[in-house]
Design a protein around this ligand. Structure first.
Ligand SMILES: [Zn+2]
Length: 124
């Protein structure tokens, strides 16, 4: 099994209810996102997938999140609030859609909302 990791970042605002009191106020984070893709077989070039392809797909997803008020995006709602956990899952789902290959799977996405706090979505 091979695993690749790509790191990217975005800045956005969100508002979460019923977490800690200070999270209920509108605030922002500079999220650091780590995506992992894995697979068993390599292309003729000896790679799992071109890093450039993952980066381009990820850039398109970041474009939809960067400098946004995340609560207002279609994907998020009262049932799916834009927590770091749900942001990680959102990115995993969107990236897998874009890669569109069964041989290359998004295995997990980690969303760092600060230097010492990270939520990871592990795909099954
Ligand atoms: Zn927050």
């Amino acid at each position: 099994m091979f695993e690749l990791k790509v790191v990217t970042r975005f800045a956005a605002a969100h508002q979460l209810r019923m977490v800690a009191e200070k999270c209920e106020n509108l605030h922002g984070h500079n999220w650091k996102i780590e995506v992992y893709v894995s697979g068993d077989s390599l292309t003729a070039a000896g790679v799992l997938i071109d890093f450039g392809e993952i980066k381009a797909d990820l850039a398109a997803i970041m474009n939809r999140l960067d400098h946004k008020f995340l609560n207002e995006l279609d994907y998020f709602s009262n049932d799916v609030p834009p927590s770091s956990e749900n942001i990680a899952r959102y990115i995993a789902v969107k990236l897998q859609d874009k890669i569109g290959s069964r041989a290359v799977r998004v295995s997990r996405v980690a969303a760092w909302e600060s230097e010492d706090a990270c939520a990871t979505y592990i795909c099954d």
